[in-house]
Design a protein around this ligand. Structure first.
Ligand code: UD1
Ligand code: CA
Length: 449
């Protein structure tokens, strides 16, 4: 990595009207993380130095989100949407501090490859004044075209300003640009707005720099890396590409995905080798899985920690605060929230466990419910090691079931049960011999009348 200083500027002031959304475009998420946060991460991975975020439309919302994903970022406001060059100049005060490299990125290009950023900066280090990241596509409509002459980049022409011939060019502008810091302000200040949209185009610095005899180059990156999101169809396309990459990375890291296309990861999913993920599984944010677990089909998992040897699902829902210790099992149609299921404990069927601890080796029978909420507050249920909760029991929290205790099926437990005790919380069964026959003949008589 280079020792050159760098300022990364992410443009995030666009309205994104084609998203048809109350949410600013750059806050739309991919893998549960705002697009603009993906871009910030890429700059970080590439050693992009200081971060400046240019906000405009929805500034408050973007600023607030940035506190989470980029707390060190300096925020600049572009008051009026006058074009990408004007947006970069919103960060004039930062640029003027003097950096070797200025990296300009768009907040709506979330799959940008950090290696491409490094490649562009390498060209600056080798003497270029501007390095533009280009990509090739058979369908270039809407993108700025890179106009080259003798191996040099001489201009970027926006789609709307292209001649018929230029429109046929398939080498396009990704939007990302690396600019030598010492030339940045003089080039940006020279940009005018005489074009089809009447905007100050950042892309015009290419023509300006090359007319001044400065070296301007294009480096090539993959189409995905340059994918700009303008509507929700493109958002879904980017999500699909992101998921494809992530699935592949997981498999290459030793995770078995039986049907990769049906497994959805979050931006922060951690999953250990030798874990098997069956088809149709959704990971929300905050999931950590140790090596050698099994996630069975149709499970929905978020905010959960899953230890080695655990088995989850099929059809399980793990909500935030779930902590499954080694070899724990949570089976079909079970929901677990804010609860620890200790080593080897089993919650196998049709159960809700919320705000609870299930001791090691305990067995929770089918249909057990922890009644953790009275409409106002949440209460805790503590179940001891090796306890056995009979099927269809309701444990009304706060309540504790002791180690080795036994709760009879169908109980409603409102008082704590000591270690090794047996608790019944239901009416005793009454059996009346012959009574069924008598009842039947009475009913039959009545029906005749
Ligand atoms: C831009 C490029 C085009 C490139 C394409 C790649 C320019 C002039 N055009 O076109 O060459 O092929 O991206 O996706 O750069 N923004 C602001 N303030 C503004 C205007 C834009 O912050 O005043 C931000 C937007 O939020 C967005 C980015 O700049 O993140 C690009 O703007 P957009 O209007 O989407 O440009 P494109 O027409 O897509
Ligand atoms: Ca765009």
């Amino acid at each position: 990595m280079t020792s050159r200083t760098c300022l990364s500027i992410i443009l995030a002031a666009g309205e994104g009207t084609r998203m048809k959304s109350a949410l600013p475009k750059v806050l739309h998420e991919i893998a549960g993380l705002p697009m603009v946060a993906h871009v910030a991460r890429a700059t970080e991975t590439a050693g992009g130095g200081d971060l400046a975020l240019v906000v405009g439309h929805g500034a408050d919302a973007v600023r607030k989100a940035a506190e989470k994903f980029a707390p060190r970022a300096e925020i600049f406001v572009q008051e009026k949407r006058l074009g990408t060059a004007d947006a970069v100049l919103a960060a004039r005060a930062a640029i003027a501090r003097g950096y070797d490299d200025i990296l300009v990125m768009f907040g709506d290009t979330p799959l940008i490859d950090p290696a491409a950023l490094e490649a562009a900066r390498a060209r600056l280090a080798a003497g270029a004044a501007v390095a533009v990241l280009g990509f090739r596509t058979e369908n270039p409509a809407g993108y700025g075209r890179l106009i080259e002459k003798d191996g040099r980049l001489v201009a970027i022409r926006e789609d709307k300003d292209c001649s018929a011939e230029e429109r046929g060019i398939t080498f396009c502008n990704s939007g990302l640009m690396a600019i030598a810091g010492r030339h940045a302000l003089e080039l940006l200040d020279a940009v005018g707005n005489a074009n089809a949209k009447g905007e100050f185009y950042l892309t015009d610095i290419v023509g300006i720099a090359s007319a001044r005899g400065l070296e301007v180059v294009a480096t090539e990156t993959g189409f995905e890396s340059a994918l700009g999101i303008n509507n929700r169809a493109e958002l879904a396309e980017a999500e699909a590409l992101w998921q494809q990459r992530r699935r592949r990375a997981a498999m290459l890291a030793g995770v078995t995905l039986v049907s990769p296309d049906t497994v959805f990861f979050s931006h922060d999913t951690e999953i250990g080798a030798d874990t098997v993920v069956e088809p149709n599984v959704w990971f929300g944010p905050g999931v950590r899985i140790e090596p050698g677990a099994r996630i069975r089909a149709f499970s929905h998992i978020e905010g959960a920690s899953i230890a080695s040897g655990c088995e989850v699902g099929p059809f399980a829902r793990l909500r935030p605060g779930t902590d499954l210790r080694a070899k724990a099992k949570v089976g079909n149609f079970c929901e677990v929230k804010k609860a620890t299921v200790e080593e080897g404990a089993k919650v196998n069927h049709l159960t809700y466990i919320g705000d609870a601890r299930i001791g090691a080796g305990a067995n929770i029978g089918a249909g057990t419910i922890t009644c953790n909420y009275d409409g106002y507050s949440k209460f805790f249920t503590d179940i001891g090691e090796g306890a056995f909760i009979g099927s269809n029991s309701a444990l009304v929290a706060p309540v504790a079931i002791g180690n080795g205790a036994y709760v009879a099926s169908g109980s409603v437990i409102t008082d704590s049960v000591p270690d090794d005790a047996l608790a019944f919380g239901r009416a005793r069964q009454k059996t009346l011999p012959g009574k069924a026959r008598e009842l039947r003949s009475r009913r039959a008589e009545a029906a005749k009348k």
